[in-house]
Design a protein around this ligand. Structure first.
Ligand SMILES: [Zn+2]
Length: 356
């Protein structure tokens, strides 16, 4: 691939046609999307692939909004308004799914996924795996007569598809209703069926450089904890923005980093299992903990590559750190499959301690 010189890159960034100023980083991916629109070279299906929480879905939504607006992404017409409210009839969004939990907030789910999920309520579905019933339900909307130039189908974390569902989606991808654009995102593209991968145009995402996040946030704030925020966010702009807005969350994340360091550096298990016990009581915290764990491991990997090793990064080998990341990622996926959470987390901690 031809690599663009810096001046050419700057040129591309400065003269974007659409408004992307609220997105931090990812200039290369954004430029590629703009070029596809401007050169009338849209794919039937896209896969935005890259690490979790770097902003893929936010960009997918913006891309969809640009396509659905008849006035070059004006952000004020009826189409833009309906899109923003997740009520546009030509747009299907598959994000949060109804899971049989007492704290399921149906309104919140409807704001993030706009297809009929009554089958989930009836079956008291307990996972967020995208089932064949889900596909049957949302695909109906794709075959209705469209009012806009495009029908858009946005699916977050496409790796949630099971093989049966994947085959059903594949059939639609093979012969999509005319004018349909699928925008799929995944943090685990290696877990997506190859037959699906072969039908999508892949847009690669990666972590955003600390310097880029810092420059952007400095325009908004002179907060003293900015460098700590950047360090915790680990190249994930949406996390940095969240931490900046919510000081108590920032404090919580800082404490979590200390807890993780303790778990990995101290031999006794009793306190670790007590920690897991507490974590299980707050199920929404489990994913946050695992994400923080991944960020922590990534910090250690970065330290290793910079030769500025100390403490844990010096102690743990590079290949063990990679294995630890894989095990954490696998646990994240398995947790969504309704397996005993305590057992999974205890096993993960035991595995990580044996590698640390
Ligand atoms: Zn508009």
């Amino acid at each position: 691939m031809v690599s663009l010189g810096k001046s050419k890159k700057d040129f591309l960034c400065k003269f974007m046609k659409y408004y992307w100023d609220d997105i931090i980083g990812h200039k290369k991916s954004i430029t590629q999307l703009e070029n596809d629109i401007l050169n009338k070279n849209l794919a039937h299906a896209y896969l935005f692939a890259g690490p979790a929480e770097v902003g893929k879905y936010a960009i997918a939504k913006k891309f969809a909004n640009i396509l659905i607006c008849p006035n070059d992404y004006c952000r004020s017409c009826d189409d833009c308004q309906q899109f923003q409210d997740n009520l546009h009839r030509d747009v299907v969004t598959v994000n949060k799914l109804w899971i049989d939990k007492i704290n399921d907030n149906l309104e919140q789910i409807a704001r993030s996924s706009n297809f009929n999920q009554i089958h989930r309520a009836k079956k008291k579905t307990k996972t967020d795996i995208i089932s064949i019933d889900d596909i049957r339900s949302f695909s109906q909307k794709l075959y209705e007569k469209k009012q806009s130039k495009y029908k858009i189908c946005l699916i977050k974390n496409i790796e949630r598809l099971q093989p049966v569902g994947a085959n059903a989606l594949l059939k639609i991808l093979e012969e999509p209703p005319q004018g349909t654009v699928f925008i799929l995102t995944s943090s685990y593209p290696e877990k997506v069926l190859k037959t699906i991968l072969s039908r999508v145009r892949k847009i690669a995402f990666s972590n955003v450089a600390d310097q880029v996040i810092l420059q952007q946030l400095q325009k908004q704030t002179d907060a003293e904890n900015l460098s700590e925020i950047i360090s915790i966010a680990q190249g994930r702009p949406p996390i940095a923005v969240k931490l900046l807005k919510d000081y108590s969350l920032f404090e919580k994340e800082k404490t979590r980093f200390h807890q993780i360091a303790n778990i990995l550096s101290k031999p006794e298990l009793k306190t670790d299992f007590q920690f897991i016990e507490k974590l299980i009581e707050q199920p929404q915290d489990i994913e946050n903990f695992l994400n923080a764990l991944l960020r922590f491991l990534r910090t250690l990997l970065l330290e290793k590559s910079k030769n500025s090793q100390s403490g844990l990064s010096q102690k743990i080998t590079y290949s063990n750190l990679v294995t630890m990341q894989e095990k954490t990622n696998n646990t994240k996926i398995m947790l969504k499959q309704n397996i005993n959470k305590r057992l999974l987390l205890e096993n993960l901690i035991l595995d990580l301690k044996s590698l640390a």
